[in-house]
Write a protein that binds this ligand. Sequence first.
Ligand SMILES: Nc1ncnc2c1ncn2[C@@H]1O[C@H](COP(=O)(O)OP(=O)(O)OP(=O)(O)O)[C@@H](O)[C@H]1O
Length: 252
Amino acid sequence: MKKIISGENITKQYGTGEEQRKVLDEVSVDIHEGEFVSVMGPSGSGKSTLLFALSGMDRIDWGLVTFEGRDLGILEEDELADLRRTEMGFVFQQPTLMKNLNILDNIILPSMRGNRRKVAAITDKAQQLMQKVGIAELAKRDITEASGGQLQRAGICRALMGSPRIIFGDEPTGALNLKAAEEIMDLLSGINEEGTAIMLVTHDATVAARTQRIMFMCDGRIVDEIRLPKYSGGTLEPRMNLITAKMREIGI
Ligand SMILES: Nc1ncnc2c1ncn2[C@@H]1O[C@H](COP(=O)(O)OP(=O)(O)OP(=O)(O)O)[C@@H](O)[C@H]1O
């Protein structure tokens, strides 16, 4: 399958002198069209930093990140922002929604940049997405009047507004109860089924078990990975057992 994102020898360090530390240490990774991948590893192993590097949210110190062959390192900030807005979607542990806007306006706001004349089409798309994720009736509600799971659905709608090629999720279910987390994973799985690649960073084996490639990070490196067949429902236990067995094997 065609590569969307390619990272070669990505190196990122923080601090100077004796304090200097490689948070990403020559990481190479490709993400292909329609893939559903996750990254697991101990706290501080560099998972979020890798997500930020591959999505162009953060600059790297060494190596190469390309999006469909375009070197992110040579793009200006506004070009990077455009690329993220048009090709990528982001879902974080807590969606950053604005308190003074209702849920619908929060979803459409990022898409309005440079597109004010298309407000009707943008609103229409947002409403369709809200319908799809089951929060159509919340359009006019304040964000204080919705549950964590409903807000995360709104965050997913916002991430889908630009019809992205890839969605990056950093602990997208981390703040949710078990049922809401399962529902969000059902939603993300459905989005992936429709062809959008997804890369998730997670501590949760039940989340990783939904994906088809699990990369394991330790000390700024991808130390191993496993591939699983597409999840088609039913118990996740055998998949989770494979993940935990691999983590035990590599000592993380
Ligand atoms: N802006 C920064 N300045 C200095 N150090 C940083 C910065 N951002 C991240 N780090 C350090 O880089 C390391 C990797 O952080 P990162 O958030 O990528 O890890 P992680 O595997 O996602 O951790 P967690 O699972 O706890 O979220 C950590 O030691 C962190 O303290």
